[in-house]
Write a protein that binds this ligand. Structure first.
Ligand code: SF4
Ligand code: SF4
Ligand code: SF4
Length: 258
């Protein structure tokens, strides 16, 4: 009987810290089963071996910050049957999207001795702003169980079963006392689930590293923050972290900047 050809996986990096690619390697217990089911054909973080495309599944980490990357992502899309973006950089522009609220040339002049050699874009943007994307997985970094679910869904040709509710749902299912009752601002009500409410479990407010949940009520949360005495300037800062350029967080931060 003819052996079934394994689907080819490629893992790509754009502007990022590599943390989401490390989440693939963090799969540890599942990695051997994964390698048995899928042909890891291109993954610079893990191996110097590289095979040519096309690829059945591309996992894309990182945001678009240079003209060269804007060109390269189109080539990656062309080579990929399915393209999934992983992490806050790839789905929202990442922490580097803070440049979108300022003048990037000013940063260049402070950081580099010869900024004339740097070729960069004025903004950091999500992969979906440049090419069609089949699925976006949020997180900074992504959660490895959700990542496994996305890869498994791809292998079984079904839609990934990744919850679209907020961190609050995970927080309540862990039986946590809400940190907001002690006046600690928490973005849990508007943040996508996936971490198991890690920070509130240790009495810290959520700072939104999984990005906006589906249909977040940003204004309502800001009213609750104000009532708890959070100053207006902090409302800008609270929404400008890992997912500063995610449309819901960006709009809310700009509303408080006026
Ligand atoms: S989303 Fe976070 S962990 Fe992932 S590559 Fe970007 S900065 Fe790193
Ligand atoms: S601590 Fe944060 S995540 Fe938990 S219930 Fe309160 S607001 Fe929601
Ligand atoms: S609680 Fe919020 S900040 Fe903490 S890990 Fe989860 S999503 Fe990220």
């Amino acid at each position: 009987m003819a052996r079934r050809v394994k689907p080819k996986l490629a893992v790509w990096k754009f502007a990022s810290c590599d943390g989401c690619q490390l989440s693939v390697l963090d799969l540890e217990d599942e990695l051997l089963s994964l390698a048995a089911a899928i042909d890891i054909a291109y993954f610079k973080e893990a191996t110097s071996l590289e095979r040519e495309g096309p690829f059945d599944l591309s996992l894309v980490e990182g945001s678009i910050t240079t003209p060269a990357d804007a060109e390269r992502i189109r080539e990656v899309r062309r080579l990929s049957k399915s393209l999934v973006t992983i992490g806050a950089c790839a789905t929202a522009g990442g922490i580097q999207a803070l440049r979108n609220f300022a003048d990037v040339r000013e940063f260049l002049s402070v950081v580099y001795a010869s900024p004339a050699y740097i070729e960069t874009l004025a903004t950091s943007t999500a992969i979906a702003d440049h090419v069609p994307v089949d699925f976006e997985l949020r997180g900074c970094p992504v959660d490895k169980r959700q990542l496994l679910e996305v890869i498994s869904a791809f292998l079984h040709e079904r839609r990934p079963n990744v919850a679209s509710h907020s961190v609050c749902v995970e927080c309540k299912s862990r039986g946590n006392v809400c940190v907001m009752v002690t006046g600690t601002p928490c973005l849990g009500p508007v943040t996508h689930a996936g971490c198991g409410a890690l920070c509130p479990t240790y009495q810290r407010g959520c700072y939104g590293c999984f990005g906006p949940m589906e249909a977040p009520n940003m204004e309502s949360l800001s009213r609750a923050f104000r009532a708890a005495g959070v100053p207006e300037r902090d409302l800008v800062r609270l929404h400008r972290t890992f997912n500063a350029n995610a449309p819901a967080f960006r709009a809310e931060s700009e509303r408080h900047e006026r």
